[in-house]
Write a protein that binds this ligand. Sequence first.
Ligand SMILES: [Mg+2]
Length: 203
Amino acid sequence: MRIYIDFDDVLCETARHLSDLAHELFGRQVPYEAISGFDLQQAFSLSGTEIASLMEHAHRDDFLAGLTPTPGGVEGVRALESLGHELVIVTGRPAISHPGSCGWLRKHGLAHLGLLHVDKYGRADTRRTDADVPQTLDRDAFAEQRFDVAIDDSPLALDLLAPRRDCLVIVYDRPWNRRYAQTANMRRSDSWTEIVALIGGRS
Ligand SMILES: [Mg+2]
């Protein structure tokens, strides 16, 4: 099976690190459990300038390299590979973060995995402007990609996956998606052990 795995908050604990970064840069105290919406500008009460600065820091190689893996995430990826599945990391991160993102994958022994940048949030520049970074797929190009299973946490990404009736969508449980209205093809989990078991039994 071909499996889509989101990067932030599925493979690594990005929101927890962003919460620490917002505290460090702007003195905001918003613990992870209190991040009830996916809009971080709103969640951390940031101005337009502040959120731009936060995201600029968040896409730096050193910040990306320091992101903690989710519990059992790297092991889960390896377990799925050993079952013979084809895995693709599908991220909404901007293409400018590609080298830093690849650095994280290398650090955790996952450099061989494909990393697709997709305009999940409808705000990316999908024109190829820099030869050093890959093109970001627009939503039409993404729709042409077939996946049997997809794992994501972001409500906007889940909306893109909802019409794929033949794709099992695993909602990676996070405070900001707990009120998400799941469709019939969706299951919720916060455990990579459970995710591997859910996928492992399918063919
Ligand atoms: Mg995510």
